[in-house]
Design a protein around this ligand. Structure first.
Ligand code: ADP
Ligand code: MG
Length: 416
């Protein structure tokens, strides 16, 4: 079945075709009809399978056709997401899909001035995409009305319900229109959260695509055993062996992100970092540069593990294993999106083996191990260390030479 055959508005069809979406993905095929019918839906499908459009398409169609009231009366659909980057990304998808329809979408998130967002909110919107912190602030300050909301969506639903906002979400639901529709989307969900999710919906339709293996089928993933202190040499080697590749490197903490960046800088590799300590404008800037491919290496914490849709990421490297098993699925799911294929490699040290076991238990299967002989391991290490020595020496000489040139130009004698 093609989108052309769907009973959805012509404007929406045109927008889909402009994006190059001709056929629905599995999750879209299964979710669109029940959402259009007004059912509550709990949908689980692997990363990169088009979950955003699976809810955006029917929501836009519903609001486009149902719209009779004035926009000033308040927003009609609320999409809650865990991070600011994701709020921005999903807002963009809504904007692209709702062009020339009667539906207008807007994103609100923390880390930037709220005044501008308040002014914008007063213009009136139909769909609001929001991170919880800023949203609850705006509601409590009386800038955001939720009583007209007909559809509530939680993207990355398991994480949203796990973030400690459950009480707020329950409270919000009491304020929404009585017969509102609730939609949950995610790539992962555990039993506890599933129960919680069910307590928030009415007779939800449960849609699950490929439940056996939570890792997306387009991602080939493996693990290699590398000691903590040696990881940087192996990362350097991987990057240098794949000079054209776009690589997303995940680390455990903000501090480690900066350290890995410095280590790469020392061996002449340019990279950028993204984590929670960065100014929000920086974060958006970094994400855009990586999306465009201006910088090929992005070092990130788990803040970027969920939902972010970056085109053409060739490799995901788990420089450190994730603390939460489900984040393994989300991290490796940053590659192999849509029809693309992707590769993911995890560096696992001795200390991290228990974490690896937990991840494998979560996945319900073993991760392929890349075998490396001791000699091979040592060789890689020696070459990298030798080169590191070289690079340092060379860069010191280069620095001295440049300094001398500069002094000469200024007519001064270089000091030794
Ligand atoms: P998920 O939320 O499931 O991880 P996204 O909604 O971010 O996935 O979509 C992943 C990618 O697939 C995006 O780049 C999106 O543009 C693309 N995509 C979504 N639906 C379709 C479709 N029907 N045809 C082609 N590409 C699609
Ligand atoms: Mg998503």
């Amino acid at each position: 079945m093609k989108f052309d055959d769907y009973y959805i508005s012509e404007e929406l069809k045109k927008n889909l075709s402009k994006l190059g979406f001709t056929k629905p993905t599995d999750i879209q095929f299964k979710s669109i009809p029940p959402i259009l019918k007004g059912e509550d839906v709990l949908a689980i499908a692997q990363t990169g399978t088009g979950k955003t459009a699976a809810f955006a398409i029917p929501v836009i169609d519903i609001l486009h056709k149902r719209r009779i009231k004035q926009r000033a009366e308040g927003i009609r659909c609320l999409v809650m997401v865990p991070t600011r980057e994701l709020a921005q990304q999903i807002t963009e998808v809504f904007e692209k899909l709702s062009r020339h329809t009667k539906v207008k979408a807007f994103g609100i998130y923390g880390g930037v001035e709220q005044e501008q967002q308040i002014t914008k909110l007063n213009d009136g919107f139909d769909v609001l995409i929001a991170t919880p912190g800023r949203m609850f602030d705006l509601i409590s300050q009386g800038h955001l009305r939720v009583d007209r909301i007909e559809i509530l969506i939680l993207d990355e639903a398991d994480h949203m319900l796990d973030l400690g906002f459950i009480k707020d979400i329950q409270d919000i639901k009491k304020k929404l229109k009585q017969n509102h529709q609730t939609l949950f989307f995610s790539a992962t969900i555990n039993e506890t959260i599933k129960k919680l999710a069910y307590s928030l919906v009415r007779n939800a339709i449960r849609i699950q695509v490929s439940p056996k293996d939570p890792v997306a089928k387009n991602v080939e993933h493996s693990v290699v055993f590398i000691e903590m202190d040696d990881k940087r040499f192996f990362l350097e080697r991987m990057i240098k062996e794949n000079p054209e590749s776009k690589i997303l490197v995940f680390v455990r903490t903000k501090v480690r992100a900066e350290r890995v960046k410095t280590a790469m800088e020392r061996v002449g590799i340019e990279s950028i970092t993204i984590h929670g300590d960065k100014d929000q404008r920086d974060r958006f800037g970094v994400m855009n540069r990586f999306k465009k491919g201006d910088v090929k290496i992005l070092i990130a914490t788990d803040i970027s593990s969920r939902g972010i849709d970056i085109p053409n990421v060739d490799y995901v490297i788990n420089y450190d294993l994730p603390d939460k098993s489900e984040n393994y699925v989300h991290r490796v799911g940053r590659t192999g999106r849509g029809r693309e294929k992707g590769l993911a490699i995890s560096f696992c040290s001795k200390e991290e083996k228990p974490i690896l076991d937990e991840i494998q238990e979560f996945l319900g299967s073993k991760i392929t191990v890349i075998e490396m002989s001791k000699t091979e391991y040592k060789e890689i290490l020696e070459v990298a260390q030798e080169k590191e020595g070289d690079t340092n020496w060379k860069s010191v000489i280069h620095e001295i030479e440049q300094n001398e040139e500069w002094l000469k130009k200024k007519g001064k004698k270089p000091k030794r």
